[in-house]
Design a protein around this ligand. Sequence first.
Ligand SMILES: [Ca+2]
Ligand SMILES: [Ca+2]
Ligand SMILES: [Ca+2]
Length: 199
Amino acid sequence: MVNKNILSRSLLLLLLLLTSILFLSGSRNFGAQLCTKGDLDGDGITEEYKLTNHVLTVKEGSQEIWKSSSDYYIDSFALGDINNDGEVNLVVSLWKKGSFGEMKPFWHTGKDNDYKNHLFVYQLKENTFRHVWCSSNLDHPILSFDIKDNNGDGRNELVVEEGQYKKIVGEKYTANPNGTKRTVIWQWEEWGFCLQKIL
Ligand SMILES: [Ca+2]
Ligand SMILES: [Ca+2]
Ligand SMILES: [Ca+2]
């Protein structure tokens, strides 16, 4: 009887210990983290792309060649030739305030303060990331995206699972976890993306 009690207590302690270990390791991984490698400038030296706490850093060898702006909250990124010019791009889904920033066109007289989701496409040349395309506020926030040849025509498309915005406070929005979702296919045309299909 005594042995049984000791055994069940030991099992309980072991269970508590395992739960604590799982909880602690889960806590350490809190926040989005993603790491991948590529050679976008084709110089033969691989770059490392690392997303830590919504900040993206790019290292080539031991040198940090790029870090995302502190004004950006980066959700996710992917490497792929999204504009089908033969060179791999960096494609980023990020949250920031305003559609235009310092580039606000003179004909846009309304307020530009909404904090919403954007898609940016970059190209790496001579250790500098140049904008290929920067969206204004997206109509629907991106929940996840993938770059692939979805229809088998030899050109890549952007496959996006998009959702709905939810207002947090004032002009600040987030993705609504309970909003309706849909998958859409965007095809790169000469000057930007065109909606190809809603799945
Ligand atoms: Ca390189
Ligand atoms: Ca490209
Ligand atoms: Ca295709």
